[in-house]
Write a protein that binds this ligand. Structure first.
Ligand code: ADP
Ligand code: ZN
Length: 803
């Protein structure tokens, strides 16, 4: 009997290896690597992934695989070994790695359905009785009819039958009934002749059908022939027309026409950078390129033409875009060029929609995937190019198990597929640019904007000065003056509020008491709509008190500048201005984001006011002024990247102005105008910024000079958490090399979340072979306490969140 090696869905350390199960005769050949199965485990029935099939086992008394969930593997050989690699590199459980690669739908056991996908006559005889008079059957039907699984599998492989997991139960629109002629053309012609003259409608419909090349829906027939459903139905009953159910993908872009775009003739600069990329594609080389190009320099066109080459070679491409940049505008550029060959994987899609897009990839119906981070696991098996746009974005790092960076996965997959990776950015990550300078990546540069457009002029305003001059508002005099000017000229304004690490906290003006979450070490945020105070970490809510809970005075006020407050100030000072506010609150509903942008694009507003989410990708002709309020708020975060993030953000926002004929202007308001990240961003000078920041990083011993690992330990009992962290530090000191620095234990910047106290230990290293293995060993010592005492230890290699 065959033996299946299975990774079971229990994420604890003892189970992070394969378990052996016999494959029952009936499932022979179906249970294969990459297939999900149900197996008995510790008295339960659990889901598992088959990793390998062998002929023997070192254990005796094996149990049997109970059920198979897939007839076609959901993970390829490559993805199976990638999962193993991922679990080693990020110290996660293998099961977590595999689950991260698949749409959420695959985590659960959904009812399988088998759909007739070809003509009934093509089915093997054994299956015909099952599909007589119907197009869908269930697993239960298959089992009752005692049909052999391998026969079923062959039909699936040949495309006669399609397997679908029924995730749609609640979603209504999924199938459409289509009609086509049921008989040969000359038979129909005869029928038309012989129909009685009262049946003129029916005659008309049949003649119309003779001219149709494709299957059509009831609605289409009704509209074209001004007829009713029952008239059509009677033709079906007579056996002249036939019905068939067809799947419609719930395409989120359904009904949208994407105008076909043609490749541009590349500029000299674009030509220079695309040559080595195309060469690597041509010669199947797994090289990593860093494409450094200012905003508007034509990077996207370089991506598009490189992808074209990949498609022409019969291969596939993955394009990663940060979640918030995955706007309809962005999607349009890809769909416009490659039409139906493009799948889009976006976190705003419903589970069913994500599953549909994933199936298009698996069934080889698309050649290009455009998506956020997890699209890096697209189940393509012939990848010719991987692109990460805006490669500096922190969202490429997953903060949850598995804590992977999409760039590392991209490079790993590229080395398997022997294809290039292109990392693109106007403000590359320090680490990336340093690697490019060392020759680890190959640097490609686009230094000019299209049509030699100037970068917008940037003015920095010292807000301390404004205060000294008696201006207590949140808008500097210069910004206010310019806003008035633009509104009068019917031009548009983007106001950007840098809110990272900042919120509208509540403070008593009398005693200085601030309101904090009772469970977390963080101030509560005021929300105006319902006068509630909220904790952004645990969701705790309370009503805004009338009096200060500490001194009982009624001087309680909220501070800080939320978008709502800016909006209010705008209405006071510019009562005639039309403002659109975009933040998490106004864009929560599906489609709201797009609606607001369309409104602004149609010039139905003068000012677009928003947070991070408006920093990217926007491109409006009439925007000639960009204002940045509170540019430096992100400078003071307990994060060694604070300055870099500020620089990136300011550069990006500045890029929003003057992208077309009208020249643009940018105003940056700051309390630290002399800080180099603000000054150099205003000069659009990435290189000087890089050099300056490298000096700082060297001094404080941070990346790119050192690698980092962050261990966070949390527990309800503060002393216990601290003691465990100390133990970890001691163990690490014993195991790691002398040149490695181990810092801690210290309380985490966020020292308490959901009533758990958090401590951390930071490791800085230059060269630490097999660090992952050593760390795993150390953490394993605490396995029992983690299981029994609710101790949580997390390890984050190359962390992005330092909190
Ligand atoms: P980036 O991605 O670097 O920000 P884009 O690819 O968006 O730059 O290019 C900026 C603009 O220039 C876009 O409107 C794009 O359509 C246009 N563009 C790009 N390449 C060319 C070209 N070779 N000729 C003419 N227009 C181009
Ligand atoms: Zn809280």
């Amino acid at each position: 009997m065959k033996v299946a090696k299975v990774i079971v869905d229990v994420p604890v350390d003892q189970t992070d290896r394969t378990f052996d199960y016999f494959v029952p005769e009936k499932l022979n050949g179906i249970v294969s690597p990459g297939v999900r199965v149900v197996v008995p485990f510790a008295g339960r029935r659990l889901l598992g992934f088959v990793i390998e099939i062998t002929d023997h086992s070192d254990f005796d008394r094996l149990k049997h695989v109970e059920e198979v969930l897939d007839f076609i593997p959901v993970l390829t050989e490559e993805l199976l070994s990638l999962g193993k690699w991922l679990s080693e590199k990020t110290l996660c459980f293998q099961i977590s790695a595999y689950q991260a690669m698949l749409p959420k739908v695959f985590k659960a056991k959904y009812e399988k359905e088998f759909w007739l996908a070809a003509d009934f006559e093509q089915l093997p005889e054994e299956l015909k009785p099952l599909f007589l008079h119907r197009e869908v059957i269930t697993m239960k039907d298959v089992d009752e009819a005692k049909v052999s699984y391998s026969l079923l599998q062959r039909c699936i492989q040949k495309g006669l039958i399609d397997v679908k997991h029924n995730v749609y139960r609640k979603e209504t629109k999924k199938h459409i009934t289509v009609l086509s002629l049921a008989k040969e053309q000359d038979v129909i012609l005869e029928e038309i002749e012989s129909l009685p003259s009262q049946a003129s409608k029916q005659k008309k419909i049949l003649s119309w059908f003779l001219q149709q090349k494709k299957r059509v829906s009831y609605q289409e027939v009704q509209n074209a022939n001004h007829t009713t459903r029952s008239t059509i139905k009677s033709l079906v009953e007579k056996g002249l027309l036939k019905e068939k159910k067809e799947e419609i993908y719930r395409d989120p872009y359904e009904g949208r026409e994407f105008e076909q775009t043609q490749p541009f003739v590349l500029t000299q600069e674009q030509e220079t950078v695309i040559i080595p990329i195309k060469q690597a594609i041509q010669e199947n080389q797994s090289e990593t390129f860093l494409l450094h190009g200012v905003t508007g320099s034509g990077k996207t066109e370089v991506y598009l033409q490189s992808i074209q080459m990949v498609i022409d070679k019969g291969k596939e491409a993955i394009v990663l875009v940060p979640e918030i940049a995955l706007t309809p505008l962005m999607v349009e550029r890809f769909k416009g060029r490659f039409g139906p060959y493009v799948a889009v994987l976006h976190s705003a899609l419903s589970d069913g929609e994500k599953y549909d897009e994933w199936r298009k990839i698996q069934k080889k119906e698309v050649k290009v995937v455009v998506g956020a981070r997890s699209a890096i696991f697209a189940p393509f098996d012939n990848i010719g190019l991987i692109i990460l746009d805006e490669e500096h974005e922190g969202t490429y790092k997953q903060e949850d198990h598995p804590r992977y960076h999409a760039r590392d996965v991209a490079i790993e997959r590229a080395s398997y597929h022997k294809c290039p990776v292109v990392l693109g950015s106007a403000t590359p990550l320090m680490e990336s640019y340093a690697r490019a300078k060392k020759g680890v990546y190959r640097l490609l540069t686009l230094s000019k904007r299209m049509n030699d457009q100037q970068m917008p002029a940037v003015e920095i305003i010292d807000m301390r000065d404004e205060l000294h001059q008696g201006n207590r508002t949140m808008f500097s005099r210069s910004l206010m003056e310019k806003m008035k000017d633009r509104i009068q000229k019917r031009e548009q304004i983007v106001l950007f509020l840098n809110r990272r690490g900042y919120s509208t906290f509540v403070m008593c003006r009398d005693c200085g008491h601030t309101l904090e979450c009772p469970h977390c070490d963080i101030s509560l945020t005021f929300h105006r709509e319902n006068s509630q105070l909220k904790c952004h970490y645990c969701g705790y809510e309370e009503r805004m008190p009338q009096k200060c809970p500490s001194c009982q005075e009624e001087q309680i006020r909220f501070f800080g500048t939320g978008t709502e407050k800016v909006e209010e100030a705008l209405y006071q000072q510019l009562p005639h201005a039309r403002v659109i506010r975009m933040d998490v609150d106004t864009t929560r509903r599906k489609g709201a984001h797009e609606k607001l942008l369309t409104k602004f694009g149609n010039e139905e507003a003068d000012i677009l006011l928003g947070t991070q989410m408006i920093a990217k990708g926007l491109d409006f002709k009439k925007v000639t002024l960009v204002g940045v309020l509170a540019a430096d708020l992100s400078l003071h975060l307990p994060d060694f990247r604070a300055s870099e993030k500020t620089f990136q953000l300011l550069t990006q926002v500045s890029g929003r102005a003057g992208r077309h004929d009208l020249p643009g202007e940018v105003i940056i308001q700051s309390y630290n105008p002399e800080h180099y990240s603000i000054e150099l961003a205003s000069q659009h000078d990435y290189l000087s910024y890089f050099l300056k920041e490298m000096q700082v990083r060297k001094l404080v011993e941070y990346p790119p000079y050192y690698f980092l690992a962050l261990i966070t330990v949390s527990h309800k009992n503060q002393i216990y958490a601290q003691r465990k962290t100390e133990e970890i530090v001691l163990l690490l000191q014993k195991h790691l090399s002398d040149t490695t620095k181990i810092l801690g234990p210290t309380p985490s910047p966020l020292s308490r979340v959901k009533d758990r106290y958090r401590f951390q230990c930071m490791i800085k290293y230059k060269n630490e072979p097999n660090l992952e293995g050593k760390m795993r060993k150390v953490i394993q010592r605490f396995e029992e306490e983690m299981r029994k005492k609710d101790l949580i230890i997390t390890v984050d290699l190359q962390p992005y969140q330092m909190m």
